[in-house]
Design a protein around this ligand. Structure first.
Ligand code: PGA
Length: 245
């Protein structure tokens, strides 16, 4: 794992967007795995700026999002479909037919999950996967205890995740309790992975990921076994890590 601790969140986000920019410049039809949440927002605004400056052409780019809530209308402002349009897709020249997000309103959710992994394989697999990390060490919605072998599937969200993500909903009861998530096995197949961690609240999880053992109870720790991973953090999340001294 290449661990980079930037001075602040802007620097960390710029490092990540530059890596994505390079990936797409080298291969126009790159398959990029995307994340939602507060962490990647600045990465996406940098990419929009890169596009506006003529530095990136997204016309051939293919994207797969990590996850989506179940039973939340696509048009709801908290759906990941809405998030991606608002924070990235509406502002760049990507062909929306090439942007894949699990459909949490599918009549056949099991089939939706199987089809999602199949579609990723059909497109040649993910070249670069962007990840955030939950305070509980989850990646995508693979909550603590998730088997590393699992692929895309339906999951119950943990209490901690519901509490963290309900900040965007009017009240906690409006927040979906289930989601479709790419599994850890699906994520580990990506050729390159970049995990971005910002802020003090991620410090414990990041310390365990970088300094601890591979452990199902800290799902992100599996990244230690991937051969091409960047962990990029700001000082709040990654400063003073005991094992990096
Ligand atoms: P956050 O979520 O970016 O909103 O902190 C990250 C995650 O849960 O993976």
């Amino acid at each position: 794992m290449k661990v980079i601790i930037a001075n602040n969140s802007l620097e960390a986000s710029k490092m990540v967007s530059d890596l994505i920019k390079e990936e797409i410049k080298n291969k126009n039809d790159s398959v990029i795995g995307l994340a939602t949440g507060s962490t990647p927002i600045k990465v996406y605004s940098n990419l929009i700026e890169n596009y506006k400056n003529g530095e990136i052409d997204f016309s051939e780019t293919i994207t797969f999002n990590l996850d989506e809530y179940i039973d939340l209308e696509k048009e709801n402002k908290n759906s990941y479909y809405s998030f991606m349009n608002k924070n990235l897709f509406d502002h760049i020249n990507i062909d929306k037919n090439n942007t894949y997000i699990p459909n949490g309103n599918s009549k056949d959710l099991e089939k939706e999950c199987k089809d999602y992994d199949r579609k990723i394989d059909e497109k040649g697999g993910i070249d670069l996967q962007l990840l955030g990390i939950g305070r509980n060490g989850h990646i995508a919605f693979n909550e603590p205890g998730s088997d590393f072998e699992l692929k895309t599937r339906i999951v119950d969200l943990s209490y901690e995740t519901i509490k963290d993500n309900s900040r965007n909903f009017e009240n906690i009861d409006d927040m979906p309790k289930k989601a479709i998530t790419m599994g850890i096995a699906s994520i580990m197949k990506a050729k390159k992975i970049i995990l971005l961690a910002l802020g003090e609240s991620k410090k414990d999880a990041l310390e365990k990921l970088i300094c601890g053992e591979v452990d199902k109870n800290l799902p992100a720790s599996i990244l230690q076994k991937h051969s091409n991973v960047y962990i990029i953090a700001d000082k709040e999340a990654g400063g003073n890590l005991t094992c990096l001294d």
